[in-house]
Structure formats: C-alpha cells, structure tokens
Design a protein around this ligand. Structure first.
Ligand code: LP5
Ligand code: MN
Length: 245
C-alpha cells in the first residue's frame, strides 16, 4: 500500500478531563494510529474541559496529553492550536511542551490548495450577548494576567464556579441563541475573500453551504468528543468527516 495522499486533520471540543477518561483514551489512540499519517493536526479549541494556566502541566492528565502531542510533533507532524472558550489560557508553556503553534482566531490558511478559515466558532454566536460580554472580559490580556497571578488552587475553584454559572445560564437560553449567527458568518466569509470555513464550539457537527454574492462557501462544524468523537480530514480533493468510537 502506498503512502496516504497529503492531508491535514481537524479536531475540536475534546473537553479532556479526568472525569471522562474515555475521551482521553480515544484521543491517545487517534494520536497514535491516525494523526501520524497527516501533514498537520489542527486543534480548533476546547482541547481541555478547563485550562487554568500552563503551570498546571504537571497534572497527570495534562502531562500525558502533552507527552502524546510531543510524540506526534517529534514524528514531523505540524501541530496548530486555536483557543476555545474553555482553554483560552493555553500559552507558550504548553507550546514548548508539545511543539504546538498557537494561531489567532480566525486564521486563514492555504489548505492543500483551498483557502480555509479556521476558528473555534464561539465568536460567531453573536445572538448570545451575555456570552459575548463574558468572552470580551476573558480575552482581555490584562484580565488574563490578573487571573494567572492567582494561586493555582484558587484558579481551580474559580473555573469550577464558572462552569456551574455557565450551565445555569445555558439552561435559560434557547438553542437557537447558542448557534452561530448567519450574518456573522457571512460577514466573516466576505472579509476573508469567501474561503472554506472550519469551526467547532456548537457541538452540532455538519456541512453547510453558504451562498454569498454569487460564491459558494463550505462550512464544516466539528463534533465534540463527549460520547465518541471525530475529526475532519482535508486533502486536495476536499474534506470528509470521520467518526470515532
Ligand atoms: O462552556 P459551555 O459549553 O458551558 O458554554 C459556553 C459559554 N460559557 C463559557 C463559560 C465556560 O464554560 C467557563 C469555564 C471556563 C474554564 C476555564 C476558566 C479559566 C479561567 C478561570 C480560572 C483562572 O464559555 C456559554 C455559552 C455557550 O458556550 C454556548 O455558546 O452560552 O456562555 C455563558 O454561559 C456565559 C453566561 O451567559 C454569562 C457569564 C456568567 C459568568 C458569571 C460569573 C460569576 C462569577 C463566578 C466566580 C468566578
Ligand atoms: Mn467551545
């Protein structure tokens, strides 16, 4: 059998945590058996259920995942990372430990011949105004520096409190509010010259076509890994979604 044609892989919303060890096992298997054949692996946010700072890399699950990612980059596979709303504090320490490179959100890449815009996806959820206000605060560098200056144990408690607040806030929100806003997606596609778009966050995997100004843009939404998981594989011939269980 010949080598696989050049391709890149995309995952997001793994939400790895010690509470759901199945997802970490599945991801380890994916890193061992699937990812090494790729040119690059892009992780489009929410790799971890909650990331409270790179000084938490000693935590056993974090160390295991970082080692496995380092194993992948050691084989020559490019590793690129976007922040999600759960792991926006991933920083240079994590990159040094794994060989990953952090990309801004959104990032336009030339993907095997097709311009492709990569995003976590939460920025498109503009109908969720409470979340967008929260996001602006969490992404403020001065606010992040203030958070990171707190002791690890205090940050852990804060993250738990924020998770509870978030679940409570979500229970009062309509499902439609928590999906992407079509106009926000269209604006972004226009701004970046009508690329293909790949994102996660909504946990509503699928392929959508946006017909805009006489152009057709493909939008892929990645699945979460809460019960099984999956990835997108893109090469010169296009993308295909692959499920894992
Ligand atoms: O994450 P998910 O799927 O539950 O919902 C998201 C939005 N919620 C969030 C909040 C995160 O879940 C919080 C966890 C972050 C972990 C890392 C934190 C590290 C920093 C802290 C420690 C150093 O992103 C949710 C969206 C939903 O996606 C769909 O898009 O709706 O948005 C919200 O729920 C936000 C609320 O509407 C408003 C924010 C309420 C926060 C109130 C703060 C109370 C103070 C708590 C004490 C610190
Ligand atoms: Mn998310």
């Amino acid at each position: 059998m010949g080598a696989a044609p050049a391709h890149s892989l995309f995952v997001s919303d793994l939400h790895l945590s010690p509470d759901l060890p199945g997802a970490s096992r599945l991801f380890q298997r994916f890193l061992r058996d699937v990812a090494p054949q790729a040119e690059a692996l892009y992780i489009l946010g929410d790799l971890f259920e909650a990331w409270i700072g790179d000084d938490d890399l000693d935590f056993p699950l974090h160390a295991e995942i970082a080692d496995a990612l380092r194993g992948l980059t050691g084989q020559g596979v490019g590793l690129y990372l976007l922040h999600g709303n759960r792991d926006f504090l991933l920083g240079e320490g994590f990159c040094r430990a794994t060989g990953a490179r952090l990309l801004p959100d959104p990032s336009l890449v030339e993907l095997h011949g097709t311009p492709t815009l990569l995003s976590h996806g939460d920025a498109f959820c503009t109908d969720d105004e409470a979340y967008q206000a929260f996001r602006r605060q969490m992404r403020d560098p001065a606010y992040q520096a203030m958070l990171l200056a707190k002791p690890l144990a205090e940050r852990r408690l804060m993250a738990q409190a924020l998770r509870r607040e978030s679940d409570q806030a979500k229970s009062g929100k309509a499902m439609a509010i928590m999906d992407v806003n079509a106009a926000a997606v269209a604006d972004c596609l226009r701004r970046y010259g009508y690329p293909r778009l790949i994102h996660g966050h909504t946990h509503r995997p699928g392929r959508h076509l946006h017909e805009l100004d006489g152009k057709s843009c493909e939008r892929w939404v990645l699945p979460d890994w809460y019960a099984g998981g999956g990835y997108l594989r893109c090469g010169a011939g296009g993308c295909e979604a692959v499920g894992l269980s």
